[in-house]
Design a protein around this ligand. Structure first.
Ligand code: C2E
Ligand code: CA
Ligand code: CA
Length: 757
C-alpha cells in the first residue's frame, strides 16, 4: 500500500470534526444558559413570593393600625366628655343629667354614652335606667379593677343593635373606682372604617375577638360566630386557634373548600386579633406567572439552539464545499483527485452532449508485488512516472485525467470517432512501451476502455457508469501479460449485467441452498486408488442454470461475499464427512478451498474452528488449500499454516506456479502438499498429447525439489494417459483430473469411493 493510499483510508473529515465540536459546544452552552436562567428565575420567583408575603404583612399592619387608631380616637372622645373633677364628687343623677344635656358632645360613631355605677346600674342618655351586671365591661372595670375596657359585641339593651362598648373607670375623690363611663358603638361603624382601607377585591380583613368570634367579617353570616374548617386536615385552624395564637401566618380552608392564607396580628389595647385573608390562588397566580417565564426562557433557548444548529449546518455545508475545492490535487502526482475529475468530466459531457468520449482506467500489472518487494518509495516513484507519462499524452489529446487511488488512473477524452480513438490509443501504447522499457524498473500497464456515444447510448450513462464500464473491461483482461487493454463492448455489457444479477441474488441463493458441493477424486499414482478429494462449489442458479465457480467466484472475491460462501462449503463438507462416518461408509480426506479474501489468520482460524467443532470429524480428514496468489504475505501464510497444523489439519499450496511464487517460500513455510497448477501440464503438452523435453526436465526437477523438502506433490488437470504416465515416471504422488474423474455429485462420489478405495 502506498503512503497516499494509507492517508486516504477512513480519515475523519476535519469539517465533520469541526461541526461535531461546535455542535457539542453550542449544545453545552445552550444547556448552561437554559439551566442558569431558569435557576435565576426560580430565585427571583422566591424573592417575589417573599415580597408578596411582606406586602401582605404590611397591609395587615396598616389595617390593624387603622383599627387601633379608631379605638384610641373613641377613648379620647370619651375622655374629653367629662371633666374628672366633675365626676369625682357627682352623684349618679347629676352624671345622668350631664349626659343627657351634653348629648351633642357624642362622637359621631357613638350610639350612646352612659354611666354605670358600682352596683351595675346604667344611667343612659335616654333617661332610662338598666341593669348591666352581666356585661363583660362591668366585670372588667369593677371586678377586675381595669381602667379601660373594650367589650365583646353584644346586643344593645335599648334598640337591639349589635354594639360594642368602650368603658373607662370613674374614680371618687379617694381615687377608688366608683363606676364607669361608657360609650356604645355600633359594629357597623367599625366596618365602615375597614371599608375605607380595603385594598384589593380578593383580600379581606376580619377581626376576631378573644373567643374566636368574628367582630368584623365580609361574610356577615359569620358575624359573632366562630368558624372551624370542615376538612379534617385543617380542622385545628379554627378562628379560636387564631384568636389564641394572636400572631402569625397560616394556610387553611374556608367553607367552600377554598384555600386561604391568613396573616394575623393582635390589636393593641384590645383582646381582638386582626386577620388578613388572601386566597391561595393569588399566590399560585404569581407562581404560575413565574413558571410561565421559565417555560418561555426554555422555549426561547431551544429555538435559539435550533437556529444555531441551522447556522452551523449551513457553515458545515459551506466548509464541505470549500474542502472539496481544496482537495483538488493528489499529493503524490499533483494530478487531479477523483472528485475533481468527476466534476470536470461531468462538465465536459454536459457542455457537448452530442460529442463522443472515451474513458480509460489505467493501472500497473503486479503493482502490489512492486509495493511489497521494492518498498513504498519505489512504488510511489513508479506511480509518479506512470502518471506523468500518461498526462503528457492526455494533454496532447485535450483530455483530463486523475489518480483515483493506489496505481489507478482515469482518463477522459473527447474523441472524433471510436475507430480513430483506438488508432491513436494504440500509437500511444507504443510510446508508453518505449518509455517504460527505459524506466529503472520496467512494468506492464493495463487499460480498461469504455466509450460514450450519444447515438448508441440510449440510456443515460453517467461518468461513474463509464468509469464502472472501463474498470469492468480492465478486470476482464486475463492474466496473460500480452493483453494490455480491453474495451467494454456488448459482450462485456452482458457479462456485467450477469454480474449485477448475481450480486443481487447471491444472498438469497445462499439462504435457499442454491449452492452445492461437488467432489473431485484425487488418485494415488502408486496404488491407482482414491486417496482424497477436493470439494468444489457449484451454483444451481434460477436464471442461468448450473453455474461453474469461474462465473461467480471472481466476482465474490471482489465484493467479499466469497468468505461467507467458503464457510457454507465447509459446513456442507463437514456434514458430509460426519454422515459418512456415522453410517460406517467410505470416506477419504477432503480438501476445501480458502479464498483470498479472508481477514487475518486469527479471524479465519476462530471462525473455521468454531464451525469445525460443531461436527464429530477427525481433523486429519480435512485439508485446506491456500492459493499461492492469496493476499497473504509470507508471515501470515506461515502463521495460518502453523495454526492449522496445531489443530491437526493438513495444508496444501494451491495453483503452485501460477503466480509470482518464490522458491524460497517452499523452504520457509511448512506446507504439506504442493498442488501444481493445471497450466503446467497444459502448456507443456503439445497438440498430440506429448510433453516437451524441456518441460519434462523442468517438471522432474521441481518434483524432486518438493520431495527433497518432504512435500507431497499433486498435479491438477491430468486429462490424458500420457500425462498420467509421465507423472508416474517423475515420481509425482497424486493426480487430480478428468482422466480419472470430473467433479462428482455427492451420491456419484460415494459410488466412486466404493469402487476405487
Ligand atoms: P481449483 O481450486 O484449482 O480447482 C480445480 C479446478 O480444476 C476445478 O474447476 C476442477 O473442476 C478443474 N479440473 C480438475 N481436473 C481438470 C481437468 O482434467 N481438466 C480441466 N480442464 N479442469 C480440471 P472448478 O470446479 O471450475 O473450480 C474453478 C476454481 O474455482 C477452483 O480452482 C477454485 O479456485 C475455485 N473454487 C471452486 N470451488 C471453490 C470453493 O468452494 N471455494 C473457493 N474459495 N473457491 C472455489
Ligand atoms: Ca483448489
Ligand atoms: Ca488448483
Amino acid at each position: 500500500m502506498t503512503k497516499n493510499e494509507l492517508t486516504n483510508t477512513k480519515k475523519i473529515n476535519p469539517s465533520t470534526l469541526l461541526f461535531t465540536f461546535t455542535f457539542c459546544i453550542s449544545l453545552i452552552f445552550s444547556l448552561i444558559i437554559i439551566v442558569s436562567t431558569s435557576l435565576l428565575i426560580k430565585k427571583t420567583s422566591k424573592e417575589i413570593m417573599s415580597k408578596y408575603y411582606e406586602s401582605c404583612e404590611t397591609s395587615l399592619k396598616g389595617y390593624n393600625k387603622a383599627i387601633e387608631l379608631k379605638i384610641e380616637n373613641y377613648f379620647t372622645a370619651l375622655n374629653t366628655f367629662f371633666d374628672d373633677d366633675f365626676l369625682a364628687p357627682a352623684s349618679n343623677n347629676e352624671i345622668q343629667q350631664f349626659l343627657i344635656s351634653h348629648k351633642y358632645k357624642n362622637h359621631s360613631d357613638f350610639a350612646t354614652v352612659f354611666y354605670v355605677d358600682k352596683t351595675g346600674t346604667e344611667y343612659s342618655q335616654s333617661g332610662k335606667i338598666y341593669k348591666v351586671l352581666e356585661r363583660d365591661y362591668f366585670n372588667g372595670i369593677i371586678k377586675d379593677g381595669k381602667d379601660y375596657f373594650i367589650s365583646s359585641p353584644v346586643e344593645a339593651k335599648s334598640d337591639k343593635h349589635i354594639i360594642f362598648v368602650i368603658a373607662k373607670a370613674v374614680k371618687d375623690s379617694n381615687r377608688n373606682t366608683k363606676g364607669m363611663i361608657c360609650a356604645s358603638i355600633e359594629l357597623d361603624r367599625l366596618k365602615e372604617t375597614l371599608k375605607d382601607i380595603n385594598i384589593s377585591i380578593t383580600d379581606s380583613i376580619m377581626i376576631i375577638d378573644e373567643n374566636g368570634k368574628f367582630i368584623a367579617n365580609p361574610d356577615s353570616s359569620l358575624l359573632f360566630k366562630s368558624f372551624t374548617p370542615s376538612s379534617k386536615e385543617y380542622k385545628q385552624y379554627s378562628s379560636l386557634y387564631v384568636a389564641q395564637k394572636r400572631e402569625g401566618i397560616l394556610q387553611t380552608e374556608i367553607n367552600n373548600s377554598e384555600m386561604m392564607m391568613l396573616f394575623f396580628t393582635p390589636t393593641k389595647n384590645t383582646t381582638w386579633t386582626t386577620v388578613l385573608s388572601v386566597p391561595l390562588s393569588e399566590f399560585q397566580k404569581i407562581q404560575r406567572k413565574q413558571n410561565l417565564k421559565v417555560w418561555i426562557v426554555v422555549i426561547v433557548g431551544l429555538i435559539s439552539l435550533v437556529f444555531m444548529l441551522f447556522l452551523e449546518f449551513i457553515t458545515y455545508r459551506h466548509l464541505q464545499k470549500k474542502q472539496k475545492f481544496t482537495s483538488v490535487y493528489d499529493q503524490i502526482t499533483n494530478l487531479w483527485t477523483k472528485e475533481k475529475f468527476e466534476i470536470e468530466a461531468k462538465h465536459m459531457l454536459k457542455n457537448s452532449p452530442k460529442s463522443k468520449f472515451m474513458m480509460l482506467e489505467a493501472d500497473i500489472r503486479g503493482f502490489k508485488f512492486v509495493n511489497e518487494n521494492y518498498g513504498e518509495e519505489m512504488a510511489d516513484n513508479m506511480i509518479k512516472f506512470y502518471g506523468h507519462m500518461m498526462n503528457d499524452v492526455c494533454k496532447k489529446e485535450h483530455g483530463i485525467m486523475c489518480r483515483a487511488y493506489a496505481d489507478h488512473f482515469y482518463i477522459f477524452i473527447k474523441i472524433p470517432s471510436t475507430h480513430k480513438a483506438m488508432v491513436y490509443f494504440k500509437k500511444d501504447l507504443e510510446i508508453f512501451s518505449d518509455q517504460i522499457k527505459r524506466y529503472v524498473l520496467p512494468f506492464t500497464p493495463k487499460f480498461g476502455i469504455s466509450f460514450y456515444n450519444p447515438e448508441n447510448n440510449t440510456e443515460d450513462v453517467s461518468i461513474q457508469g463509464l468509469i464502472g464500464q472501463a474498470s469492468f473491461a480492465k478486470s476482464a483482461i486475463k492474466d496473460d501479460a500480452l493483453t494490455q487493454y480491453s474495451v467494454f463492448d456488448s459482450k462485456l455489457l452482458e457479462k456485467r449485467n450477469e454480474e449485477i444479477f448475481i450480486e443481487s441474488n447471491m444472498e438469497s441463493a445462499l439462504a435457499n441452498e442454491e449452492f452445492f458441493v461437488m467432489y473431485q477424486p484425487k488418485i494415488s499414482l502408486k496404488t491407482n486408488k482414491i486417496i482424497g478429494a477436493e470439494a468444489l462449489v457449484r451454483w444451481n442458479n434460477k436464471q442461468y442454470g448450473l453455474l461453474p465457480p469461474d462465473r461467480f467466484i471472481p466476482l465474490f472475491e471482489r465484493n467479499g461475499f466469497v468468505t461467507q460462501l467458503d464457510f457454507y462449503v465447509y459446513t456442507k463438507v463437514f456434514e458430509f464427512i460426519q454422515r459418512q462416518i456415522s453410517q460406517n461408509d467410505n470416506i477419504v480426506p477432503i480438501s476445501v478451498n480458502m479464498s483470498r479474501n479472508h481477514g487475518t489468520p486469527d479471524v479465519f482460524m476462530n471462525d473455521f474452528s468454531k464451525i469445525f467443532r460443531r461436527y464429530k470429524v477427525p481433523s486429519q480428514l480435512v485439508q485446506v488449500e491456500i492459493l499461492e496468489r492469496s493476499f497473504m504475505d509470507n508471515n501470515n501464510l506461515k502463521e495460518i499454516t502453523d495454526r492449522l497444523h496445531a489443530e491437526g489439519f493438513s495444508v496444501a499450496m494451491d495453483d503452485f506456479g501460477s503466480g509470482e511464487s518464490s522458491l524460497n517460500m517452499l523452504t520457509s513455510i511448512p506446507i504439506d502438499v504442493i498442488k501444481f497448477d493445471r497450466m503446467f501440464l497444459k502448456e507443456s503438452t503439445d497438440k498430440n498429447g506429448k510433453i516437451s523435453v524441456k518441460s519434462e526436465l523442468f517438471i522432474k526437477s521441481l518434483i524432486e525439489l518438493c520431495k527433497n523438502l518432504g512435500k507431497e506433490t499433486v498435479f491438477e488437470g491430468v486429462e490424458t494417459v500420457s500425462q498420467r504416465d509421465f507423472l508416474k515416471e517423475t515420481g509425482c504422488d497424486i493426480v487430480q483430473g478428468y482422466y480419472y474423474s470430473k467433479p462428482l455429485k455427492e451420491s456419484e462420489f460415494i459410488d466412486f469411493m466404493k469402487e476405487n478405495i
